[in-house]
Structure formats: structure tokens, C-alpha cells
Design a protein around this ligand. Structure first.
Ligand code: ZN
Length: 57
């Protein structure tokens, strides 16, 4: 039996980056996308965005 554990829907910086992504052009607060926007990167963001976030914070 698996515990009924719901993954936390974080409103923190990891899942809602406060910067646009230079790699995939996603808007601030939106997740990164791959494959021309057809795939959402739900678990991580582009490295370029991480760098942009680090630069703005
Ligand atoms: Zn991106």
C-alpha cells in the first residue's frame, strides 16, 4: 500500500520562476517547455533560466 501522499504544489521559486526563460521563452511564473512548447517541464527548468533567476535575485 502506498501512502496517499500528494506531491506538494509549491508556489515557491522552483516551480514558478519569476523570470522569463531565455531558452524556451516561457513567461515569468510559467513553467519551462520543451519541444517547441508541446512539452511542459514540470520538474525542472532550463539551465539558462536558473542562471537568469540567480542573476535577478
Ligand atoms: Zn525554459
Amino acid at each position: 500500500m502506498f501512502p496517499a501522499r500528494t506531491p506538494p504544489i509549491s508556489s515557491g521559486d522552483e516551480t514558478t520562476p519569476h523570470a522569463a526563460c531565455p531558452a524556451c521563452d516561457s513567461q515569468p511564473g510559467a513553467p519551462c517547455t520543451s519541444h517547441s512548447g508541446t512539452r511542459t517541464r514540470r520538474h525542472d527548468v532550463h539551465r539558462a533560466r536558473t542562471a537568469a533567476l540567480a542573476a535577478t535575485s
